[in-house]
Design a protein around this ligand. Structure first.
Ligand code: NDP
Length: 213
């Protein structure tokens, strides 16, 4: 299950995992709002019935609604935290019973390079993405003896719809001198869900051209 698998990074992840041999279900807003736990449970149940237990979950669905904290609309705070953080919790909770039963599971949370620093104008987004790292580490510890791993990716500036409105000059601030491509994030996810990564748990893997270094 790849949330936000309809576009951008999520679509690249879904395509890469399918090429790796996974039977991939993609969840977009038309299927379920990740912030709505009843809708998530119903969507996961539909996938479970049609395709079997959910043993891989990529919590990738996300939005941004920028503004300085002093003037941030409360709805913009809530929508970003509800989608980017609570959405990941809702999906994790919906998938874990299948993973526990199978004593096998892979969860990857798509956080952001900004999660470990400040990013003025994104208090809601940074708080949600930082919270996602805490969720990642805690689920990793809780599930470590059950064959389930939970890791995070922190992408930097990746060329998608989400960043289409941002100033192209930002590339100059990236040590690699260019923005990243969704496929480069997907390659990292592919590793984290592989059998070779069975001992990688609670980790945060940066895919940011050195931006967070
Ligand atoms: P896009 O805006 O291109 O795609 C967002 C995806 O999330 C879409 O598939 C969208 O579905 C889905 N989505 C949004 N809200 C919901 C919701 N409430 N319920 C279900 N699905 C939802 O974003 P990106 O591909 O750029 O970003 C993907 C993830 O990567 C996000 O979590 C983002 O924060 C993170 N990220 C992105 C970076 C970047 O530079 N692009 C950098 C760091 C992190 P639909 O098509 O139905 O609208």
């Amino acid at each position: 299950m790849v949330t936000g698998g309809t576009r951008g990074i999520g679509a690249a992840i879904a395509e890469r995992l399918a090429a790796d041999g996974w039977d991939v279900a993609r969840l977009g807003r038309a299927d379920a709002d990740v912030a709505d736990r009843d809708a998530v449970n119903a969507a996961f149940a539909r996938v479970r019935v049609s395709r079997g237990p959910i043993l891989l979950l990529v919590n990738n669905a996300g939005i941004r609604a920028d503004g300085l904290a002093i003037s941030m609309d409360h709805d913009d705070w809530s929508s970003v935290v509800d989608t980017n953080l609570t959405g990941a919790f809702n999906c994790t909770k919906a998938a874990l019973p299948d993973m526990l039963k199978a004593r096998y599971g892979r969860i990857v949370n798509v956080s952001s390079v900004v999660a470990e620093r400040a990013n003025p104008g994104q208090a809601n987004y940074v708080a949600a993405k930082a919270g996602l790292l805490g969720l990642t580490r805690t689920v990793a510890r809780e599930m470590a003896r059950k064959g389930v791993t939970c890791n995070a990716i922190t992408p930097g500036f990746i060329a998608t719809d989400m960043t289409a409105d941002l100033n192209g000059d930002l590339a100059g601030a990236i040590p690699a001198g260019r923005v990243g491509q969704p496929e480069e994030v997907a390659a990292a996810v592919s590793f984290l869900v592989s059998d070779e990564a069975a001992y990688v748990n609670g980790a945060t893997l940066s895919v940011d051209g050195g931006l967070g270094a």
